[in-house]
Design a protein around this ligand. Sequence first.
Ligand SMILES: [Zn+2]
Ligand SMILES: [Zn+2]
Length: 318
Amino acid sequence: MRTHTSRRGFLQFGLSAAGAALAPRWALAQAANAPSSAAAQADPGMIPVKSTKLADNVYLLQGTGGNMVLQTGSDGLLLIDASFAPAVPRIREAIAALAPAAISAPGQLINTHWHGDHTGGNEGMHAAGFSILAHRQTRDRLSHTQVMQLFHRTVDPSPAGALPTQVFDSTMTVYRNGDTLDLVHFAPAHTDSDIYTHFKNANVLHLGDIWFNGMYPFIDEGTGGNIDGMIAGSKLGLEIADSSTKIIPGHGPLGTKEELAAYHEMLSAVRERVAGLKKQGLSEPEALAKKPTAEFDARWGKGFMAPDVFAGIVYRTV
Ligand SMILES: [Zn+2]
Ligand SMILES: [Zn+2]
């Protein structure tokens, strides 16, 4: 039974398609891009999108779903990620408040990876004049039925209007609105489609779901995710960032290099512990019974990934 409290908790964390499996029906329907009733879709459409200024023309947008970044300027709007489909009107309202003249001009949408809490709004933003750019695997996964293994859930292919029309394989550079954006594919980490976007002049870095700030991350082992990729990906983020870089996690609050370093160390420590237990021959339940995350749970275990669920993913992917 779903309670008011659990729904509030879910929304508070702005949870992903992954967390959606543990959460209300609207989120499930959205993550799966499945038809659902108006009532079931109402909630994400009612969550306002809050903006936080990061640089002269760069803003963090946070509502339901994954964290978004907006760049404004005379070259046209650029948006990173698009939340769930019903959130599109709220995203457009937030953009219109920041850049009223630009809202009806062609824009560029970049997806950090294929999950529905980052791409669910693709079709709506495309209809609003945005062209979509992503890693090749994002387009590929959105084009075909996917299985989110942890939640035993099938995700239907996206409609044509939601598909990226420009893709890249390893790196891409975008020059826009006076800044240079480096787009770089991570080796498989949270999924096999993850990229980061670094606004070099604004010194803003969006890491997508490589980083869940302040909580254990979801790792989508069914679409290429694995703990070693998360460790390597967060290390790469640390190499790019300096002490004043504004680092955007896929979920959680705007972060700093120091917070990213703590997350990276936690991932590495949990990995070593779980790998050690596996090497001793312990089965997954036996390893989990040893509570390998115990000393980290107070700080990281209060997000939507329960400690044992996270440790189980680490065990299976290490
Ligand atoms: Zn997410
Ligand atoms: Zn994700």
